[in-house]
Design a binder for this molecule. Structure first.
Ligand SMILES: [Cu+2]
Length: 193
């Protein structure tokens, strides 16, 4: 009797485990997949210590990449500023070095401007913001090879704006200090600015 009960129990456990692993790989209940369905993100840029850079960056999944729109103030008038997604979320360091280096999930270890996206590059290479005479910049581009929350996901990482232009040079574009920073988070459905 005891042995019989054991067999039944084992069969029930094994069946349950098979059902669980099958579900994880195939049917993916909505609760478990909630993050994967996020297609829009937002990032509020705040100045690092001693700087004035501020603004908003919106991200939307599109065919082939993520459409990025940035509206930034407090830049050096008439100058380009390196603009990247860095690997880690900002946690408060005065120089924003806590965000690590350029987001490089493909481990290319090679930097490039978006106009050379056919070359090996970091997924987080977004090129430059171009400030007008008032130190404001508007930026719209589709950045390839990233998604909000699926392959090469950017959600939960940081956007960095640099003091100097990204010249496309190795290893990270010679863009200097980090003057603006923000974390990429989940956008409210109507968050259009
Ligand atoms: Cu950077």
């Amino acid at each position: 009797m005891k042995h019989g009960l054991c067999v039944i129990l084992f069969a029930a456990l094994a069946g349950g485990a098979a059902l669980l692993s099958g579900c994880a790989s195939m049917c993916c209940p909505p609760k478990e997949c909630a993050l994967l369905e996020i297609e829009s993100a937002v990032c509020t840029i705040h100045p690092t210590a001693g700087n004035t850079c501020a603004g908003l960056v919106n991200f939307h999944d599109v065919e082939g990449g993520v459409e990025v729109h940035a509206s930034i103030t407090g830049l050096t008038p008439g100058q380009k500023h390196g603009f990247h997604i860095h690997e880690f979320a900002f946690t408060g360091s005065a120089d924003a070095l806590c965000t690590g280096g350029h987001y490089d999930p493909e481990k290319t270890a090679w930097h490039a401007l978006p106009e050379h996206a056919d070359r090996p590059h970091h997924a987080g290479d977004m090129g430059n913001l171009i400030a007008d005479a008032h130190g404001r910049a508007e930026f719209t581009a589709v950045i390839p090879d990233i998604t909000i929350a699926r392959r090469n996901a950017i959600l939960g990482r940081a956007v960095i704006i640099h003091a100097k232009p990204d010249d496309g040079g190795q290893p990270v574009g010679n863009a200097g200090a980090r003057i603006g920073v923000g974390n990429i988070g989940i956008a409210a459905p109507q968050a259009h600015h």
